[in-house]
Design a binder for this molecule. Sequence first.
Ligand code: NAD
Ligand code: MG
Length: 395
Amino acid sequence: MRRVSVFGATGSVGESTLDLLAQRPDIKVAVLTGGRNVARLAEQARAHGADLAVTAFEECYRDLKAALAGSGIEVAGGPGAVVEAAYRPADWVMSAIVGAAGLAPGFAALSQGRTLALANKESLVTAGPLLLAEARAHGATVLPVDSEHSAVFQALVGEDIAAVEKVILTASGGGLRDWPLDKLAEASVADAASHPNWSMGQRITIDSASMFNKAMEVIEAREFFGLAPDQIEVLIHPQSLVHALVGFNDGALMAHLGAPDMRHPIGYALNWPDRAHLPVSRLDLAKVARLDFAAPDTRRYPALELARQVMAAGGASGAVFNAAKETALDQFIAGHIRFTDMAPVVAETLDICAARTDMGRVPTTLADVLEIDAEARVLAGQAGLRRHRSHSGAA
Ligand code: NAD
Ligand code: MG
């Protein structure tokens, strides 16, 4: 029987994955991992008859153990246990942990030759070349789960990548799309964490409002499809029904349309290379009636320009970019910096790192990447603190 494991099972992508798996008695759930929400993780593990449930936080281990007492389900806790769980036998592994914490389990799964369904975009942004090399070295397959990348991947079936002129990733523009530019600095976490079309985790929703999410996706597309930076464009599309477009050298533009429901790209990766029935709503284009597109305003979305800078610099800059972005996001959520401070904090961190020879090295191992990540977080934290102080008027 086919075995699958879900890393980040209690999150938004994880829940959608389990929703599909609930309808697949032909698939055995091997490992489920989560974070602090151990009650939900235990519920999922029981409902799906998992072999092993892992919380990434050691301090949550006892609660998870208690919640699964008598179930016969094995329990583990801590970041090391999450990575170890990725070595367990599985045919298909969902990588849906949020942030750089998703890196090590993904590498472990690839080292075992697994098929990795990659929702964790941070993996490709911070360590794209290393991750894909690891997959090649072990005959493993990486499948995109991010909806835009799944759309491109589907538009490329049977096509020659050499015939591709450009890839267009669409973006809703996020929850603050229509706010006046001069009001953006006042946006609260709640304002930024509301998405017009997609229901997602809090962090990625705020990243959609700032378009750091799209910036990450541009880098992700470059890494995954091996495209040149200027072949990747971003287009605002408020309805979120066209997920991406691929432009070919004969002028054809292939668009992927569908309801904004992550169960589509997850299900495509689960059934790949076949297609199977999926419980997602069907688009009624007569009802939709119109689709709008616009070029993004770079003043509103400075993150897009930072992605260009990162792609031009290469080397460690993807890891620095992601670490600085995660740190700035933490600071915004904690109320220490403003919404409009996030991009300057990331830009400053990139500049500081570019000027430091020790940070300019090209990472050649996962340990290198994690070291650069840790250093960049400290620098971004300091940059954020400087902005915080300048707002509060202190020296
Ligand atoms: P989420 O916040 O809803 O869930 C994250 C999961 O990771 C949870 O299971 C959580 O317990 C776990 N987790 C959190 N911190 C952890 C840590 N330190 N170690 C181990 N596990 C930890 O996130 P999400 O929205 O489901 O997104 C997951 C990933 O998928 C992200 O990389 C995101 O960018 C990507 N993604 C999400 C969507 C979406 O629709 N939500 C779409 C495309 C890509
Ligand atoms: Mg996406």
